[in-house]
Design a protein around this ligand. Sequence first.
Ligand SMILES: C[S@@+](CC[C@H](N)C(=O)[O-])C[C@H]1O[C@@H](n2cnc3c(N)ncnc32)[C@H](O)[C@@H]1O
Length: 174
Amino acid sequence: MANRTDEVGLNLARLSPYFFFIFLLKILLFTKVCDIYNKIYMVRNINLTKARRAKNDEFYTQYKDIEAECQHYIQHFKNQWIYLPCDDENSNFWKYFVDHFKEYGLKRLTATHINLDGTSSYRLDYDGSETLKTALEGNGDFRSDECTKIKDECDMVITNPPFSLFREFIKWLE
Ligand SMILES: C[S@@+](CC[C@H](N)C(=O)[O-])C[C@H]1O[C@@H](n2cnc3c(N)ncnc32)[C@H](O)[C@@H]1O
């Protein structure tokens, strides 16, 4: 006849695979929950970072700062076709070069801007007397073929680019 210690030992021996299985299941479940949580957290973080970056891009250059900076390059503007790839008619770069078009002896001024909602954008062309507004096929992303074509054809690119795409912008200029 087995004594009490043997009985407990026997019962534990019988139960342990079951407990081990439940324990493993709990660990697997816990790992899965952590994994899902991590994924949700990461997606949320990526979206927040994207939103923060997009918001940081929306800083506009003041007219007086453009004026102060461009003073140093006036002699280089003569007979040049200037392209502003991140600017619409509200941009101070656009206003500044329209205001000084004749004084600087510019040849042509072109501006495009992105429509962040993805809808098609337009380009502005100024020849010293009138502004021509032409629809673009795409949303005006500077990386698009149509904006890259303008960049390749013009003499100078001037703008304050989106900070979040700064490296890409510099690469695009090369
Ligand atoms: C720092 S702000 C400067 C705006 C303007 N150039 C100025 O100086 O006032 C950069 C602008 O680039 C725009 N932008 C963001 N991504 C762009 C892209 N892929 N192509 C063209 N413009 C973009 C943003 O919407 C923003 O208006």
